[in-house]
Design a protein around this ligand. Sequence first.
Ligand SMILES: [Cu+2]
Length: 452
Amino acid sequence: MPVEPTAPVTPAASPVELEQTEGPAGAAFSRRGFLRVAGAAGLTSVAVSLAACQSATTPAWSFGAPATPGAPAATAAAPSAAATIAPSVAPSASAAPSVDPNIPAGWTSHDVAARVVVRRYIGNLAPALKGIYGDAAFAKLVDILGAGDNYPELGLKPSFVQVPQVVLNDLLAPLKATVDGDVKVFNLTIDEFDQKIDEMKAPVKALGYNAQWPGPTIRVTEGDKVRVVFKNNLKETTGVHFHGVEFADFFQDGVPFVTQKPITPGETYTYEFTASRPGSLMYHSHHNATDQVGRGLLGAFIVDPKKPAADDKYDREYVWISNDSLGGFTINGHGFPAVVPVLAAMGETVRVRFMNEGTMMHPWHLHGYKMKVVARDGYDLGSASFYCDTLGVNPGERYDVNIVADRPGVWAFHCHILPHVEGADGMFGMVSTLLVVPEKAHVDAIVAALLA
Ligand SMILES: [Cu+2]
């Protein structure tokens, strides 16, 4: 069964602060108040609006050894290191020392840029990982990230909390229904708004339900009577299709000039139907859709089963909606490094609901783990469920997978069409990670640290 969505989590009232410790390689680790451990159990679902999220100020602590006196400052804060760092010497078999002191020997500007992106992704979460994976693993992390640079991103929140996100963890914050008799009523607006794909990119002119991309998740239970009321605040017409619903009344299907007239600017339009079958469904524009869905008119419509199947049990849940038009290759309206990781504690089962609202297929590959595919287009696969580590999801398709967290680590989780994920400046677009930690309290602590 799904976890019960909860109100946004706030940090524990009595934070437990990390004490000053001596880290690997002599690195001093401290940041009072950095890691607040959420003492209460039950932090299984976190929804957060990060509109108020502020970039952290320069930290008063050090992740690594101080930068070498006289050495040039790290250039990691630049939007594109590759664009600001002079080209290094051409790679050669002799691995001649770089002429640019910002580029380590044997590296090129690509390597520096690629590291910057990962540094932005991890941000000030890096020190919080110290107590989680053990000293040896942490020492490797320190080395891989080049913590000795004391680089600027260590003082910043991770990229995925520097831009407004509907989701931090688990399910998108579901939209609250009002009740009219035996009908669940949802009211939404259709809006133009500015979407930041990444904190270092200029915002794009997006469209969104309730000015969000993805729109708020609409969640009901099989058999519910549902009424969804849309107020069109756009300067253009639209229509809303609930994708995967088996309508009794085809006039609710949301296709302008087939089942309805388009919804004009300023107009309010109502769809009403019974959620006759369970599953991971979607809602999106079905009018000028190449453009409108491409700009963000999309969201998840989840119908929970009345009687869950055996595979329909999980501890955490993530909606994963891909798109590939406005803003490039995105997961839930953002591109790496501004993509929220999938968090899991050892022993937990994580449900990921892949939904493809884009125009091309994306094969999602999870490193080091298998995914059990339990439903396609919301239909339970039952005995036909199968395992894979790469799952192609076509436009319009949804797949539900279960991942059982049985080994800690930071595991890459990305589209395997390589031009969708990596370029001259390192990783971008359709990249995320599965972050498996030993204890549930670690997940809670990470979440609390991010929210602090
Ligand atoms: Cu792709």
